[in-house]
Design a protein around this ligand. Structure first.
Ligand code: 26Q
Length: 817
């Protein structure tokens, strides 16, 4: 839909709707309503419109008869919906005015919304950007996720230590944008046994589950940018089937029945807070199966109701698996087709193996999912049989390709042999999918070379690349209105849907007037962040300083502790070298650590302690400040990213699959300091080597160093600055009266072997920072580079990523409404 075709907005009607919800839904009068009540009432009034559009999209025959993508993900880190939906609906200005007439400031109301924290980090946020881009380009999509009661924990600091608290994101009143769809509820089984039944002399397998739960779907509206298309993000909530056990209920064993209610309520109670690390917990596998089973059944329901044949599933549906977390959907679809729909194995496999596609997001061995065979056997006995059969037939193929090569069979087998046999979910995904992709060019090459070389030989076209992207609506237009206005002023207002147009900004990179305006916007964004920090953390910041930003989950491979070493080196030099000069700098961190990741929490503690000392040292003054912003979340990113001068993307080469924060910050005019890792490689290709600061070992350098026996002490002893910086952690400089309290990080880098090569990259990292520091003192040169970053990263729109999926993998067409 073109903006000119926008449905007419009736202000008076909308205001009446808001007042109606204020009283009828939230029991407030205009006199007693606070900002929160006004936000809720406004949200409900808006959601009325999106729900209508959702139903129309759902019932659109052209969509029913077109191919859809079903995006299966255990995480959707969508961020606040109200502001974003207003932008997509093209109503931001009108609603600002309508609410102002009701005495309410829209910006303040938007701050009342809690972030739906239904994801950990990059993978969940990517799923949210992809939903936005599918809707914007009107590629028929349903997102399937889980309706966790508690999202990712809230983080606070107590004496520098991370403290976690539960996050009941829906609040007491419920989330205004969601709508329950009880008509689509599903019953899902667990446990039990498999029976053999004979029909006309042929054996049929039948799973008899030992317990059932209910899957209740809640729909969130994903509004297409400037279109009436609204796709559902369907989140399953697990509920007990009440009365759970009729027998125990009738026997008067009420408490037994209640107990069961409580157990099934547990399944979607809380999001697992591990990022890039799997822990083989039963409840997590129950979440995964619950999610897959409910989603697959809903897909089949839609397919059946549209009047399509089973054999045509691959023609009308594709199922994208966001990492291996929903892998069990593959044997689940096989089970339904064979056991419930009476297809032969061959017919069922023909369908399945042309329906699923799998995205890999990590090479870290500790993040590759495996589940114990005995656990799957107990929880999902029929699925285990099906997995054996898939493996059996697959290994036959391996044997005919490499006769007599037992090693190949051992490596490729879906079942890992050993004392405890394990099911390798990634192998099951590759075997059961028609396409597998990595998330950046380098990562996809490593997937082929290191993770699945034999699969790549066996199925040479299956492994592909789709470089990640981010939605320019949320990550530029909405979060950076100043820069957006400036861009629109120069190149018109079509860029949010056609980000490649940003390249037209490049011609202004040397235009002094434009540079001034651009830097003024950056300054205002820095002021907005500084105000937030002043108000919430009581730290005063100088907005002339370099705002140096590292925001992402806390993980050793992301090397927040390398950044820390740089901070220590600056502190050391400021204290000890009278000739040392540097531009004032504020180093920002924001990161949550998985609650069970001890060293990650120690790194947070160490940074906080170092920050405390530096920020209060009068001799440092405003040369250096360190700010660890608590409770990193999407709405916080929306304030930090537009204010960044420097974007820290410093993972050990080969470890970060893509990164997406790198794209968001470059788009908003930060210069990247980064390794040749993930999408940094492609950002450099786009912006040019002069406009990015690349440092450190590359993948082959990392490999060679590791192979030759890396010894961090060699670097420690040879580099005076490095040694002096690290030694600061040994005494009680930052923990008065508690010497050695910061040893954990120090030890991990020396005795611990420095597995992510911080010391090897330190000198090169410091050198890159010095070059940036020097460049920053030349503000015109800096502006030139920053403008070119904004101008040249159009490739990283998630619209382009989705078009890549559509053209190379999904093969489906847009349906314009
Ligand atoms: C697995 C099993 C049990 C419990 C938890 C998990 C689990 C949960 C989340 C494993 C991994 C994740 C998240 C991974 C992730 O966020 N990966 C990131 O994906 C981004 C989008 O592709 C990339 O940009 C990042 O490079 C990658 O680290």
């Amino acid at each position: 839909m073109k903006p000119t075709e926008q449905k007419k907005f009736d202000k008076a009607l909308f205001q009446a709707d808001v007042k109606k919800h204020l009283s009828a839904t939230y029991a407030k009068t205009e006199e007693t309503a606070d900002a929160h009540a006004w936000y809720l009432a406004m949200g409900k009034a808006l959601a009325e419109h999106t729900t209508l559009d959702l139903l129309q999209t759902e019932n659109d025959d052209r969509i029913k008869n077109a191919k859809s993508v079903n995006y299966l993900s255990l995480e959707f880190l969508i961020g606040r919906l109200t502001g974003n939906n207003l932008i997509s609906m093209g109503l931001y200005e009108q609603i600002t005015e309508a609410m102002a007439e009701l005495g309410q400031n829209l910006t303040d109301l938007l701050e009342e919304e809690r972030d739906p924290s239904l994801g950990n980090g990059g993978l969940g946020r990517l799923a949210a950007c992809f939903m936005d881009s599918c809707a914007a380009q009107e590629f028929p999509t349903v997102g399937y996720g889980l309706h966790y009661e508690y999202g990712l924990f809230k983080q606070s600091f107590e004496n520098g230590h991370q403290k976690e608290a539960p996050d009941a994101w829906r609040g007491v009143e419920g989330y205004p944008w969601e709508v329950a769809r009880p008509e689509f509820a599903q019953e899902i089984g667990f446990y039990g046994h498999v029976e053999a039944v004979y029909e006309n002399g042929v054996e049929k397998r039948k799973w008899v589950p030992g317990m059932f739960v209910k899957g209740m779907p809640w729909d969130l509206p994903i509004v297409g940018y400037e279109s009436n298309t609204v796709y559902p993000l369907r989140l399953w909530e697990c509920q007990a089937i009440a009365p759970f056990s009729l027998e125990s209920f009738n026997n008067g064993d009420y408490f037994e029945a209640q107990h069961a209610l409580i157990d099934s309520g547990n399944i979607t109670k809380v999001l697992y807070p591990n990022d890039n690390h799997e822990k083989g917990k039963t409840l997590r596998l129950m979440q995964q199966y619950f999610h897959s089973a409910a989603s697959v059944r809903d897909i089949l329901r839609r397919h059946d109701e549209a009047g399509h044949k089973l054999a045509d599933i691959p023609k009308y549906e594709t199922i994208q698996l966001n990492d291996t977390h929903p892998t069990i959907a593959i044997p689940e679809l096989m089970r339904i087709l064979i056991d419930e729909r009476d297809l032969s194995w061959e017919e069922a496999w023909e369908i399945c193996s042309h329906t699923f596609a799998y995205t890999n997001h990590t090479l870290l061995p500790e993040a590759l999912e495996t589940w114990s065979e005995s656990l799957i056997q107990r929880l999902l006995p029929r699925h285990m049989e099906i997995i054996y059969e898939i493996n059996h037939r697959f290994l036959k193929e391996v044997r005919s390709r490499w006769p007599g090569d037992v090693e190949k069979q051992r490596k490729l087998s879906i079942i890992e042999d050993g004392f405890h046999r394990m099911v390798r979910m990634a192998n099951l995904c590759v075997v059961g999918s028609y396409a597998v992709n990595g998330v950046a060019a380098l990562h996809s090459e490593l997937v082929k070379r290191d993770l699945f070389p034999e699969f790549n030989e066996l199925y040479p076209t299956r492994l592909q690349n789709v470089t990640n992207g981010v939605t320019p609506r949320r990550w530029l237009k909405f979060c950076n209105p100043g820069l957006s206005a400036l861009i629109t002023d120069k190149i018109g207002d079509q860029w949010p849907a056609h980000l490649e147009q940003l390249s037209d900004i490049a011609q202004y990179a040397d235009n002094k007037a434009f540079q001034k305006q651009y830097m003024a916007v950056k300054k205002a964004n820095k002021q907005r962040l500084a105000d937030w920090v002043q108000e919430n953390m009581g730290i005063e910041l100088n907005t002339d300083a370099i705002f140096d930003v590292q925001i992402k989950r806390l993980h050793e491979y992301k090397r927040q502790h390398l950044n820390l070493l740089h901070i220590l080196s600056m502190y050391h030099r400021l204290k000890n070298d009278p000739t040392f000069d540097m531009a004032p700098r504020v180093v920002f961190f924001a990161a949550k650590a998985a609650p069970g990741y001890h060293l990650a929490k120690e790194i947070i503690y160490t940074i906080n302690k170092v920050a405390e000392k530096i920020n209060n040292d009068p001799s440092i003054a405003d040369k250096l400040k360190v700010v660890f912003i608590p409770d990193y979340r999407v709405s916080m990113a929306e304030i930090i990213i537009p204010a960044a001068d420097v974007s820290e993307q410093i993972s050990t080469a080969g470890k970060e699959a893509s990164g997406t924060g790198n794209m968001k910050m470059a788009l908003n005019g930060a210069l990247t300091i980064g390794t040749m890792d993930g999408a940094n490689v492609e950002i450099r290709e786009e912006v040019g080597d002069e406009n990015i600061y690349i440092f450190g070992l590359e993948v082959d350098g990392v490999e060679k160093l590791k192979a030759s026996g890396y010894n961090p002490f060699d670097y420690y002893n040879a580099d005076h600055l490095l040694k002096s910086s690290m030694d600061l952690l040994l005494g009680d400089e930052f923990t008065p009266g508690e010497p050695g309290r910061l040893r954990a990080v120090y030890d991990s880098l020396l005795d611990g072997g420095d597995p992510y090569l911080c010391l090897a990259d330190f000198a090169s990292y410091v050198e890159a920072h010095e070059a940036m520091d020097k460049q920053y003192r030349d503000q015109e040169g800096w502006a030139h580079k920053a403008i070119l970053n904004t101008a040249l990263v159009g490739k990283f729109s998630s619209d382009r990523s989705i078009r890549d999926y559509v053209n190379n993998i999904w093969k489906l067409e847009a349906v314009h409404r």
